[in-house]
Design a protein around this ligand. Structure first.
Ligand SMILES: [Zn+2]
Ligand SMILES: [Zn+2]
Length: 268
């Protein structure tokens, strides 16, 4: 249509800026769709395959709070320990691009769905690597504890969703490009309408494993305690509300044998 900015095909970006192609990383888009995932399926916000002999995790931060029924009154502190909520479960068979630790084939993620003011910020996640057969052999926790009424913040609670993982090639957002590329980006691209073509649209914003973090704010890569910059493990974004936040990003250090991990989130 007249006046519309023609979209630049991704291939053109890589042709016009050959060094951009060098940043390609394999990713798996998880494509969550609201549904009724089973405990032995990969899921977002579904029931987790949880071993009977392992207590369900609780968050006991004293000052975590929820907006409650009135979002203007943001001081409903929830006292005591609150059960964490299932966030993500990934079986190795569904995400062949994800490197599991030796002997593990199941990744699980939970977090506290309340809001935290202290250093940990929005969510207090925990991450678990498991072996599916071992969990099944030992029996499953009969029931995953649920928070009571008002003991979670709905924005931090994903709708139970099935996943349809698809392999993809991901590129960094502008925040992760070297400064000289950022500085010269616009002048090197055709811009028929005179408008900006930034950021590059080969960067995937969505819930994904691998690839690049879907930052919506300047990059903030964590280092492990040994000083290695961690690798991006997965991003959860967009598919759940996450309050005012753009996404939650998980990282791990693959240079350290105990695979330390960390997380970041960003807000609009
Ligand atoms: Zn909490
Ligand atoms: Zn390390």
């Amino acid at each position: 249509m007249p006046g519309d900015t023609p979209e630049l095909p991704v291939q053109d970006l890589r042709t016009l800026m050959p060094e951009y192609a060098g940043f390609a990383r394999e990713a798996t888009l998880l494509n969550p769709e609201p549904g009724d995932p089973g405990v032995r399926e990969s899921s977002l916000g579904g029931e987790l395959l949880w071993p009977a002999d392992e207590p369900w995790p609780y968050c006991a931060q004293e000052d975590h709070w929820t907006y409650g029924t009135d979002w203007r009154n943001r001081t409903e502190i929830v006292p005591g320990a609150v059960p964490m909520v299932p966030i993500l479960q990934l079986f190795a068979r569904d995400v062949p691009g994800l490197a599991f630790p030796d002997g593990k084939d199941l990744l699980q993620l939970v977090w506290c769905a309340l809001i935290h003011e202290q250093d940990s910020g929005l969510v207090v996640p925990r991450l678990y690597w498991r072996n599916e057969a071992e969990v099944l052999a030992g029996g499953l926790l009969p029931e995953i504890p649920k928070a009571g009424e008002g003991e979670y913040d709905e924005d931090n609670l994903p709708e139970p969703s099935t996943l349809s993982p698809v392999a993809a090639v991901d590129f960094p957002s502008g925040f992760d490009l070297p400064k000289d590329m950022r500085d010269t980006w616009e002048s090197r691209l055709p811009s028929p309408s005179g408008g900006s073509t930034w950021p590059p649209d080969a960067h995937i914003i969505g819930t994904k494993v691998g690839g690049w973090p879907a930052w919506t704010q300047p990059a903030d890569w964590p280092d492990c305690e040994s000083g290695h910059r961690m690798d991006h493990l997965l991003t959860i974004t967009g598919d759940i509300q996450l309050g005012d936040c753009g996404g939650v990003y998980f990282f791990q250090c693959r240079q350290c044998t105990d695979l330390p991990w960390d997380w970041r989130f960003d807000c609009h």
